[in-house]
Design a binder for this molecule. Structure first.
Ligand code: PLP
Length: 397
């Protein structure tokens, strides 16, 4: 079996149709969209059309609400710093304990700059404590930042409800949603969810790395992070990355067409993988509630064994999975997300995330289902915790 890529929450394969859409703008149509000669009109028009596609992707009211960025991290930084720099007198921020490191590290930097940041916790199913959120919002709260779905567990947060809570407590508080892990998996409807700012990243839905977008509703004013030319209506300077913008727009169109397939076929394959492992491996446990998850993700803890060893054995068979977010795997620190969920220490080090895509096949999933029990049995036999494993085996058999 050749490569089996089950790490689509880290990044995705570029869809061949996306590449085909980009090619003209990487070769012949290289004009700067701001130039005034006729040759530039086609690249200018391509950016305009792409903005229209992204407007529909977000269900925004207006094209002017879309800003092209370079990635999800930039979208988050632009949203949060953009709002804070516009409201210098407000010094309080709320986020969650389980955000992606690109957001958490930003908040740690802001704490050093004198901001007060509250981190809302989650329960063992990964669900956010909404009462705690309500309690923390006050008249000084400039922004609340909550991810739409968690990259490690796939758990979806009730974004509409959160928006309601925020606005019921303080109408002036802005709401930023990191929607990086839902794009291509669930529809995004910014008007229905009532968010002020929403960020996405192209490489999570089959566009290349290096392109993202931020929706900023027309009532929300932000200060730019990158100051220079007039591009993006003065919100983000720098010559537009025309081929990548065109590529992300194509990926957005394809993603919308594939939402039903994600919700049915991708989910079916994810469920098949998950239930097979949970059935055939006695020391496996699911790290999340089963409802309210994106369709492509499962996070399974293998008790009393090391996740890194599982990943290496999988890698020897050409199977790519992950032990946390790509930005933190490689460090031996247990995942901050699983710690916040109080996953028992016996399982936290042996937790593996599998994330599928529209390119995942049944044959691939069958192969992983076939190989997993043997890998886990081999590593379990080498574990120094034999008494505990025996007790667990008896309990679960
Ligand atoms: N937010 C979430 C939830 C993510 O999963 C990621 C990437 O894994 C990011 C933000 C950062 O996106 P990017 O890699 O495009 O900066």
């Amino acid at each position: 079996m050749s490569l089996i890529y089950l790490d689509n929450n880290a990044t995705t394969k570029v869809d061949p149709q996306v590449l085909a859409a980009m090619m003209p703008y990487l070769q012949d149509e290289y004009a700067n969209p701001s130039s005034i000669y006729d040759f530039a009109k086609r690249s200018n028009q391509a950016v305009k059309e792409a903005r229209g596609v992204l407007k529909d992707f977000f269900n925004a009211e207006n094209e002017k609400e879309i800003i092209f960025t370079s990635c999800g991290s930039e979208s988050a930084n632009m949203a949060v710093r953009g709002v804070l720099n516009m409201n210098k007198n407000k010094r309080h921020i709320i986020t969650t304990k389980v955000e992606h490191p690109c957001v958490l590290n930003l908040y740690q930097a802001l704490e050093k700059e004198g901001y007060k940041v509250d981190y809302i916790g989650v329960n063992s199913n990964g669900e956010l404590d909404l009462e705690e959120l309500y309690e923390k919002i006050n008249s000084d709260t400039a922004i609340v930042s909550v991810m739409y779905a968690n990259n490690e567990t796939g758990v979806i947060f009730p974004i509409e409800k959160i928006a309601e809570i925020i606005k019921s407590k303080n109408k002036e508080t802005k709401f930023f949603v990191d929607a990086v892990q839902v794009s291509g998996k669930l529809p995004i409807n910014v008007q229905a969810i009532g968010a002020d700012l929403v960020g996405i990243s192209g490489h999570k839905f089959h566009a290349p790395k290096g392109i993202g977008a931020l929706y900023v509703n027309s009532k929300t004013l932000i200060k730019p992070l990158i100051i220079g030319g007039h591009q993006e209506r003065g919100k983000r300077a720098g010559t537009e990355n025309v081929p990548y913008i065109v590529g992300m727009a194509k990926a957005a169109e394809l993603a919308v067409d594939h939402l039903k397939y994600e919700a049915t076929e991708v989910k079916r394959l994810r469920d098949k993988l998950e239930s097979n492992i949970l059935k055939n491996v006695y020391n496996a446990r699911l790290n999340a509630g089963v409802i309210n998850r994106v369709p492509n993700t499962t996070n399974i803890g293998f008790e009393y064994i090391e996740g890194e060893l599982i990943l290496l054995h999988l890698s020897d068979l050409g199977i790519c999975a992950s032990s946390g977010s790509a930005c933190t795997s490689g460090s031996l620190e247990p995942s901050h997300v699983l710690r916040a969920m109080n996953v028992p220490f016996t399982a936290i080090h042996g937790s593996i995330r599998f994330s599928l895509s529209k390119f995942t096949t049944e044959k691939e999933i069958d192969y992983v289902c076939e190989k997993m029990p043997g890998i886990i049995e081999k590593l379990t036999n080498l574990s120094p915790f034999q008494d505990e494993l025996e007790a667990l085996r008896k309990l679960r058999s």
